[in-house]
Write a protein that binds this ligand. Sequence first.
Ligand SMILES: CC(C)(COP(=O)(O)OP(=O)(O)OC[C@H]1O[C@@H](n2cnc3c(N)ncnc32)[C@H](O)[C@@H]1OP(=O)(O)O)[C@@H](O)C(=O)NCCC(=O)NCCS
Length: 218
Amino acid sequence: MKTYYGLIGAGGYGREVMPLANSGLRGEILSGNAELFFVVEDVDDLMPVNGFSVISLKNFLNLPNPKRFNIAIGNSKARQRIAKICIDAGSVPFSINAKNVVTMDAIQMGHGSILSPFVTITSNVHIGVFFHANIYSYVAHDCIIGDYVTFAPSVKCNGNVVIEDHVYIGTGAAIRQGKHGEPLTIGCEAVIGMGAVVTKNVPPGITVVGNPARPLIK
Ligand SMILES: CC(C)(COP(=O)(O)OP(=O)(O)OC[C@H]1O[C@@H](n2cnc3c(N)ncnc32)[C@H](O)[C@@H]1OP(=O)(O)O)[C@@H](O)C(=O)NCCC(=O)NCCS
C-alpha cells in the first residue's frame, strides 16, 4: 500500500528540508510505496517546486490513508495549529533527519522533528514534539527541550539547559551551560536574538539580544 508523505511549507526552509525528506524516503519512493509532496495552506494546487508536486492541505488530507506529514514552517504557533489539523484528520507525523546528524546516548525525541545537516544531539537529552534544529546546531548533555522549539542555524545549546515550549533561538546564539540540579532555563515563548550570548535564565515571553543577552527594549 502506498503512503502519501506531505511536507507542509514550500518557503525557503521547506525547500531546504525537502531534499532531506526525499533522501530519507528514497527507497520507498523508488519502489512505488511512497509519494512525497509539498503541501501548502489556503491555495489551490500550484506548479511544482524544485521538481516536487505542490498540493493544498485540503487535497492532501483528502488523500487515502496512510498519510504522514511534517511541517517546515519556522513559526511555532503555526506548526502547532497545522499539526492539530493533520493529526485530527488521521495523518501521522514523521521525522526528518539529515544523513550526517549525530545523536548519542539516551535521547528521547518527540514526533515531527527536523534535524538539518551537521546537527549534533549529545547524551541524555529530552526533546518534545516538532523540534527544528537548523544546520550546525547542537544540543549538549542533560538538556530538556519542550514542544515546538525552533533553533536557527548554529545554535549552541550547552549542557544542563531547560528550554520551554515555543522558544525561538536565532542564528549563532550561544546558551551558557547550567548546573546539575540548577539548569539555565529559557522560559516559554521567549525569543533569543541572533548572536546572543545567554548567560542566565530568560523569563517567559521576552526577547533578549546581545552579549551578555539583555531584554530588547524598543
Ligand atoms: C531579535 C529579533 C527577533 C528582533 O526582531 P525585531 O523585534 O523585529 O527587532 P528590530 O529588527 O525592530 O530591531 C530592534 C532593535 O534591536 C536591534 N537588534 C535586532 N536584532 C538584534 C540582535 N540579534 N542583536 C543585537 N541587536 C539586535 C536592532 O538593530 C534594533 O536596534 P535600534 O532600535 O537601535 O535600531 C531579530 O532581530 C532576530 O535576531 N531574529 C533572529 C533571526 C535569525 O536568526 N533568523 C534565522 C533564519 S533561518
